[in-house]
Design a protein. Structure first.
Length: 518
């Protein structure tokens, strides 16, 4: 076996299915397959076309493949085997290609599962009368076109995720690229909601036909693959090559500030604050450090202006307002949910120190939830106020009547409350992951929980908002109230159960280290 193949197998074994028994792997695939099949049957509208399962799979694979690569590179500086890997007698480029190849294998495993899922979903949809079946020749043509597109897209998605090592570097270029990078990564989750809209009918457009997919595949081969070949050496030198020397800016900054702070002020501050407030401020400081990034500052200034302009120009147009009332709150809620989902990977080195605080695990868990919740809500409040300003400007300019504006404001307030509830439920539901660490059998249930986070916007679009609007329609406040009555106690139970087993994160880490050493 060649050295490069050994490196690929080593990288792949860190998260490969061989770590689990055959029974556990089969059960995981069965649970994931059943969950995705249920989501596929109930989320899309009945008037979508026969291409809908395959388009959705392509969009999901892009986001998931980028996310896997991004998470791998983002967590690499905190991994215990980082220095050991970087001392291998191979170039950084060879190590990076090995990482990319192993990540591509993981993406291909997921592709096989999702594409079989799409075919089964297509068959069930035709049997249930959702749409008429395609002729055999056209079906084979469609399957072949989308398979080729996905196989060409996956290497680009992996390299795009590896690009995170450059995006996270301090510098002007990284600050400029951060915003478009984040939008391209998360855009498919918004597109899935738009594509499943019965009113838009995008699935039936000619641009999603197999002949156009073949053209897109050729374009990716001609443009995307050479771009990846050009980027890999840059990522190896400027990204992976400098990760061994990278320190954690937030920890260094907080240490420096604590040293500069007078001793008397520190004692007064400690006496005047409750333990929970201190924990909350410590958790918030991690997010505040991110907010100091220049690209984030620019985004914080630009987002309210964009919201004002968007609601000004869409006022008076019910069809445009249908999507506008949801857009301001989607990205902040998704960010908060993903941050909570991935925080243990980002903060792996700080976990023993954090759990060593003389505070209850429930208080430690609640402080992290509160920090994320308050940060997201600050953003949503600013965007909501900006949207109201845009509606008032539209009223002053005569683009809408007073009655229409009051209806828009009621729908906007309803959307704000819906996404506030979605954020609260998501943050609470994710805490059940610590309880599921009790055994490997229970840990399989974390897959449905993790997949529910990115799909929450689709659930909201399907069940909380109508497919089309009219001037006489009003928000369904009763549905929102019943969702809160049933969901909030369940979220509280998840938090209580998770706090009891919060310490199992350390045991998972130690077990992973022993597996790698073996």
């Amino acid at each position: 076996m060649s050295a490069f193949r050994t490196l690929i197998n080593l990288e792949y074994s860190r998260y490969g299915p061989a770590r689990f028994s055959k029974k556990q792997r089969s059960l995981t695939v069965l649970v994931l397959f059943s969950l995705l099949l249920l989501l596929g049957m109930y989320l899309p509208g009945f008037n979508t076309s026969q291409r809908s399962p395959f388009i959705t799979v392509a969009l999901l694979l892009w986001t998931v493949s980028v996310g896997i690569s991004f998470l791998h590179m983002a967590s690499f500086p905190g991994q215990r085997n980082r220095d050991w890997v970087l001392t291998f007698p191979h170039s950084r480029l060879t190590l990076l290609y090995a990482k990319g190849a192993s990540l591509l294998r993981h993406s291909l495993n997921l592709t096989l599962l999702l594409y079989i899922e799409a075919i089964v979903l297509y068959c069930l949809s035709t049997f249930t009368g959702r749409y008429t079946p395609l002729p055999a020749g056209e079906l084979i043509y469609t399957l072949t076109a989308y398979v080729m597109f996905i196989l060409v897209l996956l290497p680009i998605a992996v390299v795009f995720g590896l690009l995170a090592s450059l995006i996270m570097r301090p510098g002007r270029v990284a600050r400029v690229l951060l915003l478009p990078y984040s939008i391209l990564w998360m855009l498919p989750f918004i597109l899935i909601g738009l594509l499943n809209s019965q009113a838009l009918g995008i699935y039936d457009m000619q641009y999603t036909a197999p002949s156009y997919i073949i053209l897109y595949t050729a374009a990716l081969l001609v443009v995307g693959w050479p771009a990846c070949y050009f980027l890999m050496p840059r990522i190896a030198v400027n990204g992976l090559g400098q990760m061994g020397e990278r320190s954690i800016p937030a920890a260094a900054s907080s240490k420096a500030e604590s040293v500069r702070k007078p001793e008397k002020d520190r004692h007064l501050s400690a006496r005047s604050q409750s333990p929970f407030v201190t924990l909350y401020k410590l958790d918030s400081s991690r997010l505040q450090q991110m907010e100091k990034h220049q690209a984030v500052r620019i985004l914080k200034l630009a987002a309210p202006v964009i919201a004002v302009a968007m609601f000004y120009f869409t006022s008076g147009n019910l069809n445009a307002m249908q999507s506008a009332i949801r857009l301001p709150f989607i990205f902040p809620v998704l960010f908060g949910s993903f941050w909570m989902l991935l925080r243990n990977s980002f903060e792996r080195k700080q976990l023993p120190w954090w759990l060593g605080f003389p505070q209850s695990r429930l208080r430690l868990l609640l402080s992290g939830i509160a920090a994320v919740w308050v940060t997201v809500m600050r953003v949503n409040v600013v965007l909501g106020v900006s949207a109201v300003v845009g509606l008032l400007a539209g009223l002053a300019a005569g683009k809408s009547s007073f009655h229409e504006m009051t209806q828009y404001v009621s729908w906007l307030f309803f959307s704000f409350l819906v996404y506030t509830l979605a954020l609260t439920l998501a943050l609470g539901l994710l805490q059940i992951s610590y309880y599921l660490m009790r055994s490997r059998a229970l840990s399989l249930l974390f897959l449905p929980v993790a997949f529910a986070v990115p799909l929450q916007s689709n659930l909201i679009n399907t069940y909380m908002f109508p497919a089309s609007y009219s001037s006489g329609w009003h928000p369904d406040w009763a549905l929102l109230g019943w969702t809160a009555v049933l969901g909030l106690p369940f979220a509280v139970c998840c938090i209580l159960a998770g706090s009891k087993y919060y310490h199992l994160v350390l045991m998972q880490k130690n077990e992973a280290v022993r597996t790698k050493q073996a």
